[in-house]
Design a protein around this ligand. Structure first.
Ligand code: PMV
Ligand code: MG
Length: 360
C-alpha cells in the first residue's frame, strides 16, 4: 500500500511579525512548488529518507559570549514529531500501528540544497500528516491537517504563528489569524487529540482569498538564507523593551492588513497594491526601532527596482534574506523586471500562486 501527501510552500504577502501575536491578521500565499511524502507499508522495520537531511544548513546567533544554534530547521525533528502526533491520533481512533518506509521529496529548495525560505519545515510537517493520515485511513479535513501539523510544529518551534502551516494545508491565498498557542499547549497536555480537533481554537481564523485577474505575483530570491526563528526572537526582545513603539507597530500592521483583506474581498487591485507597499513601510519602521535587519541591501534593490517599474514590492516573511515579492498588473514588463534584477544579482523564481487544496 502506498499513501501520498503533497503540500505547497508559502510566501507572506503581508502581516508578518504581527501575526505572531494571537489574533493578528496576515495574508499568505501558497506557491506552486511542493513537498511530497510517500508512505509505503513495510514488513518489520521502517525507514525515513529525505535528500535534505544530510546537507542541512544550521544557523547560529550570538547571545552575549555564547553561540546559540537554531535547531528548529532540522527537517528530521518535524518529520518525527508529525509522525508521533498522527500515530497518537490513530491510536485514539483504534487503528493498528504499522511499519512503513517514509520518503520526502521537495521542490522547495534549490538544486544545490539552498533554502529559498518558502517554509519547507511547515510543508514537510503538513505533507507527513497528510500521507500518514491517508495511510491510517483517518479521513482528515483540511482543518484537521492544520491542527495536527500545528501541534507538531509548535512542539518543535515554539515561537511561530503557524501561518505557514495554514497556507500549506489550505493552498491558494488565505487571510490568517493566529490561534492562542498557550491555550493549544495546555490543551495538548490535558486532553485527547480527538477533542482538540473537534474544538474551535480561540482566535484562529482562516479565510480563502482570490487575487484579482488583472494582478500577478512575481518573486525574486536574494541568494542568502535567513533564520526566521532567530529573527522572531530578536523582535520578541524589542517587544519587551520598547512597549509603546511595538504597540504602535501592531496597530499599523492590523490597519494595513485589514484593508488589504478587504481589497481582496472587493477584488480591488489598486487597494491591494497600495497596501502591499504600505506594509513595506510598516516593516521598515519595525526594523528601525528594533534594530533587526529585515530589509537587507539586496531586498531593498529588489523592491526599489520593482517599484520603479510600477509594481508593489516588499520583503516576504521574516526578511533578512530569502525572497521579496512583487504584486503587479499583468501588463507590467516582467522580462524587463527580471533582467534588471539579474543585473544586481537577484534570481527571479518561476513561482506562481499555488492551487487551492480541495480535500486533504
Ligand atoms: O520568513 P518566513 O517566510 O518563514 O515567514 C516568517 C513570518 C513571521 O511572521 C516573521 C514569523 C511567523 O511565524 O509568522
Ligand atoms: Mg524567511
Amino acid at each position: 500500500m502506498l499513501s501520498i501527501g503533497k503540500s505547497p510552500g508559502k510566501l507572506y504577502l503581508a502581516g508578518e511579525y504581527a501575526v505572531v501575536e494571537t489574533g493578528f491578521p496576515a495574508v499568505i500565499a501558497s506557491v506552486n512548488q511542493y513537498v511530497t511524502v510517500t508512505v509505503t507499508e513495510s514488513e518489520n522495520g521502517g525507514t525515513i529518507q529525505s535528500k535534505n537531511l544530510n546537507k542541512e544548513l544550521i544557523h547560529w546567533d550570538r547571545q552575549g559570549t555564547d553561540l546559540v544554534f537554531d535547531d528548529t530547521e532540522s527537517q528530521l525533528a518535524y518529520i518525527l514529531t508529525a509522525i508521533k502526533f498522527v500515530e497518537k491520533y490513530a491510536l485514539e481512533k483504534h487503528k493498528k500501528l504499522a511499519y512503513y518506509d517514509l520518503l520526502v521529496t521537495s521542490e522547495l529548495d534549490s538544486h544545490d540544497g539552498k533554502k529559498f525560505g518558502l517554509g519547507s519545515s511547515a510543508a514537510v510537517t503538513v505533507a507527513v500528516v497528510k500521507a500518514l493520515g491517508s495511510f491510517y485511513g483517518l479521513n482528515l479535513s483540511k482543518m484537521d491537517v492544520y491542527k495536527l501539523a500545528s501541534i507538531a510544529h509548535l512542539s518543535v518551534q515554539g515561537n511561530g504563528s503557524l501561518g505557514d502551516i495554514a497556507a500549506s494545508a489550505f493552498g491558494g491565498i488565505i487571510a490568517y489569524r493566529s490561534p492562542d498557542r498557550n491555550w493549544v499547549f495546555n490543551m495538548v497536555r490535558n486532553h485527547s487529540l480527538s477533542k482538540l480537533l473537534k474544538l474551535d481554537w480561540p482566535n484562529l481564523r482562516i479565510e480563502p482569498l482570490h487575487l484579482p485577474k488583472e494582478l500577478e505575483m512575481v518573486v525574486g530570491w536574494t541568494g542568502s538564507p535567513a533564520s526566521t526563528s532567530i529573527l522572531v526572537d530578536r523582535i520578541a526582545l524589542t517587544k519587551a523593551q520598547k512597549v509603546d513603539k511595538y504597540q504602535h507597530f501592531l496597530k499599523s500592521s492590523r490597519q494595513s492588513v485589514e484593508q488589504l483583506i478587504q481589497g481582496f474581498r472587493d477584488n480591488d487591485a489598486k487597494m491591494i497594491k497600495q497596501m502591499i507597499s504600505s506594509y513595506r513601510q510598516v516593516l521598515t519602521d519595525l526594523a528601525r526601532f528594533s534594530d533587526v535587519h529585515i530589509e537587507t541591501k539586496m531586498l531593498t534593490k529588489l523592491c526599489d527596482i520593482a517599484e520603479s517599474l510600477g509594481g508593489a514590492a516588499k520583503t516576504s516573511g521574516a526578511g533578512g534574506g530569502d525572497c521579496g515579492i512583487v504584486i503587479s498588473n499583468k501588463n507590467l514588463n516582467i522580462e524587463n523586471l527580471k533582467s534588471e534584477w539579474k543585473k544586481v544579482g537577484i534570481t527571479p523564481l518561476q513561482l506562481k500562486i499555488g492551487d487551492i487544496i480541495d480535500h486533504a
